[in-house]
Design a protein around this ligand. Structure first.
Ligand code: DC
Length: 223
């Protein structure tokens, strides 16, 4: 497969999503938001089952096709705090990670030729999903800056939540992401680390574009 693969990993609220979306549009790359799969699985389970003990049977009966359709038709409900917490729990379970990993790797292998390649963002993109990626970036920023950005977004969306709660939730999610046994959040060994604590989104996008161009000069002729 000749197409370009770019991975953006990093902790929650580091700006991976907005960055990856913009890069995908400007560089004609397919955008794979990997966290949505954990959220979708949590949401589907939550809507169908009452008890955690039903999880093995639920997974055994879940078809990839049915699940992919659910992910594609996702809505804002995937971002409620209940689903966020459950997704974080589900992301620790090996059978769930295996199920989701195979779907995400299928997306890389069956990429539509109209795209120049794919950009993936999440926690294990450069380490597990696509270790062969052409460019790997680890995007991070100071936890208080991430909390402030997320708090400002919630306030803008009319959500009633305190800064302290946002900060504590992020600390908890960092802990879960970094300390789980299977595919924890790690800096891929060949990644470029970008701390964007002092950069806004536009500046971050420009830095990342320059990193991509310097690693894949041929991309300039494709856009
Ligand atoms: O990026 P996000 O907040 O939407 O991710 C939701 C959950 O999924 C979060 O708990 C981390 C987990 N996740 C993961 O384990 N691996 C990924 N590649 C992406 C997300």
């Amino acid at each position: 497969m000749n197409s370009i693969i770019i991975t953006i990993d990093g902790p929650a609220a580091s700006g991976k999503g907005s960055l990856s979306k913009k890069i995908s549009l400007d560089f004609n790359l397919y955008y794979l938001e990997t966290g949505i799969y954990y959220r979708a699985l949590a949401s589907l389970f939550n809507s169908k089952k009452d008890s955690y003990s039903e999880l093995p049977a639920f997974l055994a009966n879940l078809s990839k096709t049915q699940f992919k359709a659910f992910v594609i038709n996702n809505d804002k409900n995937l971002y409620t705090s209940k689903i966020t917490t459950l997704a974080s729990k589900f992301a620790k379970i090996l059978d769930i990670r295996r199920f989701i990993l195979s779907i995400q790797q299928d997306s890389i292998n069956s990429l539509d030729e109209k795209f120049n390649g794919i950009i993936l963002e999440g926690r294990d993109c450069g380490t597990v999903i696509a270790p062969e990626a052409n460019v790997k970036i680890f995007l991070t920023s100071h936890i208080e800056i991430r909390a402030k950005r997320r708090f400002n977004q919630f306030t803008k969306d009319g959500k009633n939540i305190s800064y302290k709660k946002v900060l504590n939730d992020l600390k908890e999610r960092d802990m879960q992401d970094q300390n789980r046994k299977h595919s924890p959040l790690q800096i891929p060994k060949d990644a470029i680390i970008l701390d964007n604590s002092n950069y806004n989104l536009e500046e971050t996008i420009n830095i990342v574009k320059n990193i991509i161009f310097s690693n894949i000069p041929s991309l300039k002729n494709k856009i």
